[in-house]
Design a protein around this ligand. Structure first.
Ligand code: XMP
Length: 328
């Protein structure tokens, strides 16, 4: 029998709108067949994979897809708003939005250790998602944005793939994974064909614990806000410089360390923001993007003048190895 987790050799690489439309048509039929008149639950993070699965399932079963978007407080500026706008307002999705940011920030208060931070956020995410699922009745299917590299990696034992932060075992739901045989570039082509916005489909990778891993040391609301604002400025300036989609990953980090400076003629004692911009194909090794000096100067000027609590900007020149891409 054919293994449903192995991509058939005859399957064409989806590179065009026509091929994507054909794939969408087939998957819509397959999902309808699998689900019947049942409902599907989906954790919608706003990342490429879960967004494409959401759009596909909406096409197949409309409001019988129940999307849950959990805002853990570590999302980038404008992200939850975009998820609500695109899915609830434009696609008429059945979307439950949970703003759990206070709960997460309280949970990690005072926690310095990066691994402990990640663990707390992962566990809390499952709890919040479970609580929401428990309020719903009669849902027997769970949608997941599993893609082919996830399957290959979990088979090789590199990492367990989980897109819900770990499927709660007691949920015992049947999985619906319509893009599990696709590579990332194909998922993007399908997403575009489904009408998702360019900036959602071309989004750079973003870790599950989000900005929490870019706020080294014990997270405080002020420093997290400074990080979110500096990251938004960096992304805006990259877009203005035509670098969006050209550099693999770029973001800021705001460590828990203050230095002396001068603002408005007075002594300031504030945090610094670090610029990180890397290129890679597989995230196992990464090189540094050589950013134009003018761009660095512009970003530095804007962050130090527009973001409260930041008086310095640094540029991380460390490739992977010896650094990792993220700081935590
Ligand atoms: P590192 O820091 O290990 O990151 O060089 C490699 C790539 O993985 C991303 N990353 C994550 N992605 N959940 C994710 O989905 C995570 O917990 C996580 N941690 C790191 C990182 O952004 C980079 O692209």
């Amino acid at each position: 029998m054919e293994n449903a987790n192995v991509r058939p050799e005859t399957m064409a690489r989806i590179t065009t709108k026509e091929l994507a439309d054909q794939f969408i048509e087939e998957q819509v039929a397959a999902v309808r067949e699998q689900v019947g008149d049942g409902k599907v639950l989906l954790a919608l993070s706003g990342g490429v994979d879960s967004s494409v699965v959401a759009a596909l399932l909406i096409k197949a079963i409309g409001r019988r897809l129940v999307c849950v978007h959990v805002n853990h407080g570590f999302l980038r500026k404008g992200e939850p708003e975009q998820v609500i706008e695109v899915f609830r307002n434009q696609m008429n999705a059945n979307l439950i939005y949970v703003d759990a940011s206070d709960r997460f920030i309280d949970k990690v208060a005072g926690v310095n250790d990066p691994e402990q931070k990640r663990h707390i956020i992962g566990e809390e995410f499952i709890k919040v998602f479970d609580e929401e699922a428990a309020k719903l009745e009669g849902i027997h299917f769970l949608g997941q944005g599993t893609i082919y590299p996830d399957i290959l990696e979990s088979e090789k034992g590199i990492k367990a793939h989980h897109n819900v932060g770990g499927l709660p075992a007691e949920m015992e739901m049947e999985l619906v994974e319509p893009v599990k045989l696709l590579y990332k570039d194909e998922v993007r082509v399908v997403g575009k064909a489904l009408g998702l916005p360019e900036n959602m489909v071309e989004r750079q990778p973003f870790p599950g614990p989000g900005l929490a891993v870019r706020c080294p040391g014990a997270i405080t609301r002020n420093r997290l806000e400074a990080l979110r604002e500096s990251d938004a400025i960096l992304r805006e300036e990259f877009a203005n410089a035509g670098l969006q989609g050209k550099v693999w990953q770029y973001f800021t980090i705001v460590p828990d360390f203050k230095s002396t400076g001068i603002k408005d003629g007075k002594r300031s004692f504030e945090y610094f923001a670090v610029i990180r911009a890397v290129n890679t194909t597989d995230a196992i090794e990464a090189t540094i993007e050589e950013l134009p000096y003018d761009l660095l100067r512009k970003i530095t000027d804007r962050i130090t003048h527009e973001v409260p609590g930041i008086n310095r900007v640094l540029y991380d020149l460390t490739p992977k190895p010896t650094g990792t891409i993220e700081w935590e």
